[in-house]
Design a protein around this ligand. Structure first.
Ligand code: ZN
Length: 463
């Protein structure tokens, strides 16, 4: 692969000790950044002039379920309970391996278009090895960097995670793609029991794998205490949501080095609760971000960062108003912090911050070129704020592992029309299943109502 020299952009490296934004040239060799300086003198490289643009590290969407891409917009008005009953209690069982493949591909392509170079693909519908293989195949076709978090169906919670399947994936499909890593998506101690939780955490630790779990339901229970007492909470532990974890347990997780991933748009809209941003910041930690459910919300990670920032600022202002009678005179969180949540903190949560999340020599060449010369951003006085406020239309180019995946505002090398058609067919079939479930549910409800009505009449007659 010929060397590439990205010249003239304002670069936000996210490297500690460097300026927030600086004029830098980036030299890309194979899949890595090999050099970085102002006015680099290089021969034998393709020179690409990005004067006037902003380059940031590739965005990291640390938690989403790619398999739901074919259901986009179906659940825009669902609460959490409706989502759980309709998707996990209904639709999920009807997925074929090919539904998994095309959804993963379409989801990943959308992520790349939005500037995301790494996803934490939380696949809790790997019902069979064929389903898992097909989902991974979709990620392969999209050429996105991903931590594939292998999970089983929501209904399988009575047994420990199938480690033989984890080992099969590690040795096979994952090993064959340099952009992929494996992790374990488990129900977690709150939704299983101590025996299962301990087995799952130990299995992940023995294989040096990330272990990730949704967390809600209030105070962590006895199974969590067992995991904590066995010293199994650590940097490989990833808590998703955790909106109602009490402060002492948040402290326990942070102290042990666990990461938190918030998905603010659906957490707020569906009823999970408020994101834990402020609680983490108070302890010197920071959240990572995800968009969670393509079936419910859009997949833009920069939008997630802006929602999280605004929501926490709103809470801080309100707290100040209640104690001092007026909103806070200065911002409690800045734009750079929110951009960190969507880059380096995401990389840290997925356990790959040694490779991505910052721009510096030796790191993978995962980056986003933002064009601020559009009506929504011009004159973009502050590059960091401009990067955070960028929309999809500003995402001019995206590189993953040294390969351009988007150039001149267009995705590179994807047959979008055929993917769209495949997704459409898959999505339509699945939505028709949902509709027939709804008809059956309404029918069941009517029958129950009639039976109750008849028995009430009978009782009344016998009085
Ligand atoms: Zn989720």
């Amino acid at each position: 692969m010929k060397r590439k020299l990205l010249r003239g952009a304002t670069v936000i490296t996210m490297v500690c000790g460097r300026p927030d934004a600086e004029r830098l040239d980036l030299l890309i060799e194979d899949n890595q950044i090999s050099d970085m300086a102002c006015d680099l003198q290089v021969t034998d490289a393709d020179v690409i002039d990005f004067t006037g643009r902003i380059i940031i590290p590739g965005l990291v969407n640390a938690h989403l379920h790619s398999w739901q891409a074919g259901l986009r917009c179906v659940g825009a008005d669902w609460t959490l309970l409706e989502y759980l009953s309709k998707v996990h209690g209904g639709l999920a069982a009807h997925y074929t391996p090919n539904d998994m493949r095309v959804a993963a591909l379409a989801c990943a392509i959308n992520q790349i278009n939005c500037g995301t170079t790494t996803i934490g693909d939380w696949c809790h519908n790997a019902r069979t090895p064929e389903h898992a293989d097909a989902a991974i195949q979709g990620l392969n076709e999209a050429r996105i960097r991903a931590v594939f978090l292998h999970g089983s169906s929501h209904k399988i919670r009575e047994t420990a995670h199938p480690v033989q399947e984890v080992d099969r994936l590690l040795d096979g499909p994952i090993a064959r793609n340099k952009l992929l890593r494996l992790g374990m998506a488990i129900p977690g101690p709150q939704y299983s029991n101590a025996e299962i939780a301990l087995a799952d955490f130990r299995a992940a630790n023995e294989r040096n794998l990330l272990v990730s779990m949704h967390q809600s339901g209030g105070r962590p229970g006895a199974a969590w205490e067992a995991v904590r007492d066995a010293n199994l909470i650590g940097w490989r532990t990833n808590i998703v949501h955790g909106n109602d974890i009490p402060d002492d347990w948040i402290q326990t997780f942070v102290k042990a080095g666990a990461s938190f991933t918030m998905t603010p748009e659906n957490e707020l809209g569906q009823g999970h609760g408020f994101p834990v941003t402020g609680k983490l910041l108070k302890l010197g930690a920071a959240p990572s971000l995800g968009t969670d459910v393509d079936s419910v919300v859009s997949g833009e990670i920069l939008l997630a960062a802006r929602i999280a920032l605004a929501q926490q600022r709103g809470l801080d202002h309100e707290r100040h108003r209640q104690t001092k009678g007026i909103f806070s005179p200065t911002a409690t969180i800045n734009s750079k912090q929110a951009l960190q949540w969507a880059t380096i903190e995401g990389a840290r949560a997925l356990g790959i911050d040694d490779q991505v999340g910052r721009l510096e020599p030796g790191k993978q060449a995962d980056l986003v070129v933002i064009d601020p010369r559009a009506v929504n951003l011009w004159p973009a006085h502050d590059p960091v704020a401009a990067a955070l406020q960028a929309s999809i239309s500003n995402i001019e180019a995206v590189m993953i592992g040294g390969e351009w995946r988007k150039r001149n505002h267009k995705l590179e090398g994807d047959d979008l029309e055929s993917i769209r058609q495949e997704l459409q067919e898959s999505g339509q079939r699945l939505v028709s299943v949902l509709e027939s479930h709804n008809v059956m549910a309404r029918l069941r409800q009517k029958i129950v109502q009639k039976v109750v009505h008849r028995s009430l009449i009978k009782q009344a007659k016998s009085l």
